[in-house]
Design a protein around this ligand. Structure first.
Ligand code: NAD
Ligand code: DAU
Length: 377
């Protein structure tokens, strides 16, 4: 039996990874280690919480002694590390918390894994430390385009696949790190620590860098769930700047499947980029979202466009992210399963059918936080 710690399993992506592993691998013991910050929510895991191969432990990854104790107690062979502070806007207000959780927390996990695994007779054999990171560590891409062709234009990835892009450059596994926000700087730093533990101690590590995820159970401070909820309540939709920034969107279950594939078949010490070749300018995505929510609510499509409100831009707002995931697709055979319009429809329906989940988060303390954030823009 494999014993695996998934950190941050009560968060958005983590809950999908926990669910996938608990259901798909009944002979693995999945230990969800999560501090339950504002972003952690055990309601995300209601459907699997009673499974015999699942254990939840409320703990802070910065608590080295506790993490080491859990590893020893459960004889842990693998760690999939998702716990992090994840919201760029919060990192601009409070960078220290990001350095603490994302950098010191990751270092504390690495050091605990090192001490535990090095104490075993087999040491690092059949062990794995898999760190989940972000495309934001690569910085921002330009919107350059071939002469005479305005973006978005059709381009060809290194795999030969055709897709629509807003620029000629992409993030590759070899792209130099150039983080701009306190969030991405803290993630970049944690990625460096993970690689250093491989190079220095021989720990079997893997790092993956993924693009923007969307889907069920995302905390409603992030663009897509926030806007779905605001449309439902007929509240303003705060578009940063002119809505010109480009993000590359991947359905969260496709990310979870990629994590499964890489955890089992990825090569130690390698980096894999994960993304769906699915670039959208914010304002265009928002209009698709509005049409989809309007349709689902039985309103004429586009009615809610009147809620669009252009607000002060995010400081240091990265212009464009675009992941080239050819390596993962060709070496490990992973590919995204959903077209974006299909994914957005599924996502909108999920939030509208799970209003209690949303209302439990957005009532009370969080509502005050959001109103304060919004009024300061
Ligand atoms: P999230 O904010 O929804 O969840 C984070 C989880 O980590 C929460 O359950 C929280 O309680 C837990 N956590 C935070 N601090 C902790 C601590 N000190 N100790 C233990 N648990 C702690 O985040 P998410 O969007 O699901 O992102 C998960 C991971 O994936 C992060 O590492 C993030 O950088 C990365 N990532 C996210 C995206 C995205 O689009 N959301 C894309 C690429 C990579
Ligand atoms: O690229 C991967 C990253 O994607 C992850 O590493 C982060 O954890 C995750 O939060 C996400 O970061 P973004 O900053 O891209 O996501 P967010 O949902 O906050 O914003 C998406 C875009 O929408 C971004 O260009 C900012 C803009 N935006 C966001 C909000 C919340 C708005 O215009 N208005 C808003 O109210």
């Amino acid at each position: 039996m494999k014993s695996i710690i998934i950190t941050g399993g009560a968060g958005f992506i983590g809950s999908h990874v926990v669910r996938l592993f608990v259901n798909k691998y009944p002979d693995y013991h999945i230990i969800n280690l999560d501090k339950l910050t504002y972003a952690g929510n055990l309601a995300n895991l209601k459907d699997i919480e009673d499974k015999p191969n699942y254990t939840f432990i409320k703990a802070d990854i910065c608590d080295f002694d506790k993490v080491l104790e859990v590893m020893q107690q459960y004889k842990v062979d693998g760690i999939i590390h998702l716990a992090a502070e994840s919201h760029v806007d919060r990192s601009i207000k409070d960078p220290f918390t990001f350095a603490k959780t994302n950098v010191i927390g990751t270092l504390s996990l690495l050091q605990a894994a090192r001490l535990y695994w090095e104490s075993l007779p087999e040491k690092y054999e059949n062990k794995r430390f898999y760190h989940i990171s972000t495309d934001e560590v690569y910085g921002a891409l330009e919107m350059t385009h071939p002469e005479g062709i305005e973006p978005p234009f059709k381009t060809t990835a290194s795999s030969g696949e055709h897709h629509v892009a807003y620029g000629e450059e992409f993030f590759y596994e070899t792209t130099k790190y150039a983080p701009h926000s306190p969030y991405s700087a803290s993630k970049a730093s944690s990625d460096h620590f993970v690689r250093a533990f491989h190079d220095t101690y021989g720990m079997p590590t893997i790092v993956t860098n993924c693009s923007n995820n969307y889907g069920p159970y995302q905390f409603p401070e992030k663009l897509i769930p926030l806007f779905i909820n605001n449309i439902r309540h007929h509240k303003a939709l705060p578009v940063y700047g002119k809505g010109e920034n480009v993000r590359d969107w991947l359905y969260v279950e496709d990310h979870a499947r990629a994590i499964d594939t890489i955890f089992h078949n990825g090569t130690v010490a390698q980096t894999y980029n994960i993304g769906g070749f699915n670039e959208w300018k914010n304002i265009d995505l928002i209009k698709v979202l509005i049409r989809t929510v309007d349709r689902a609510l039985g309103n004429p499509e586009g009615t809610s466009e009147e809620l669009i409100t252009f607000v002060t831009d995010r400081a240091g707002h990265d212009l464009r992210y675009a992941i080239d995931s050819t390596k993962l697709q060709t070496e490990l055979g992973w590919e995204p399963s959903l077209q974006f319009e299909e994914g957005i429809e599924k996502t909108v329906n999920w939030y509208l059918n799970n209003q209690e989940w949303m209302d439990n988060i957005t009532s009370g303390e969080y509502e005050n936080y959001y109103n304060e954030m919004y009024s300061n823009r």
